[in-house]
Ligand binder design. Sequence first.
Ligand SMILES: CC(C)(COP(=O)(O)OP(=O)(O)OC[C@H]1O[C@@H](n2cnc3c(N)ncnc32)[C@H](O)[C@@H]1OP(=O)(O)O)[C@@H](O)C(=O)NCCC(=O)NCCS
Length: 204
Amino acid sequence: MAGTVRVELCAGKALAAALPALARLRIRVFRDWPYLYDGSEAYETEYLQTYLNANGAVVAVAWDGATPVGASTCLPLTEADAAVRAPFAARGCDLAAFFYFGESVLLPAYRGQGIGVRFFALREAAAAAWPGVRFTAFCAVQRPPDHPSRPADAADLTGFWTHRGYTKRPDLTCQMRWRDVGAAQESDKTLVFWLHSLNGDPLP
Ligand SMILES: CC(C)(COP(=O)(O)OP(=O)(O)OC[C@H]1O[C@@H](n2cnc3c(N)ncnc32)[C@H](O)[C@@H]1OP(=O)(O)O)[C@@H](O)C(=O)NCCC(=O)NCCS
């Protein structure tokens, strides 16, 4: 029951301890549309290394008793992967003014009860506490409207993100690679950024 779920912030050693749960949740949740990620431990180990190495990384973990049922990550953009930093650098942005929100993954049974809102609030508090940070950013995968795996009842998070004060920025995109469910090889994906101003400053 989501009513009993508590959300805790993890940094440092607690973050390292939370990474296996984050990997399991990513593999489970991102297998679904629109990510269609055929996750592997090898990919996860490499991907999650960023959080281990980063100064300022924080993971919010949602616990149902002793079971992790959701997780959400963030770190200073300056500590994020080169692919994530690239569009901001190309645009001439001050990377030190941004916190990057890596992912939110919550098991379906726990959705629609405010845990995702809490993930945003906790990450924005972590971002606001980091010296010099004025903006938060995350990116979401773009899939063609006629993609054969798009479910008829596909969830659309546009409203959820807009209600959190985020603006879609099609001028800011990055490329990532992973293997889709049913595919033989990894393929490039385009992800579009959404930005939010923590203090009301205009978005760059
Ligand atoms: C994105 C995701 C984490 C959202 O989590 P969620 O817990 O379902 O989201 P919430 O319940 O907090 O918010 C959904 C709506 O319910 C509302 N809500 C319901 N109960 C609530 C409560 N008790 N407190 C606050 N808000 C509540 C929220 O306000 C929101 O509505 P709004 O956008 O109109 O304001 C979840 O859908 C998910 O894991 N999706 C799959 C992975 C994914 O796509 N991740 C995003 C890209 S990384």
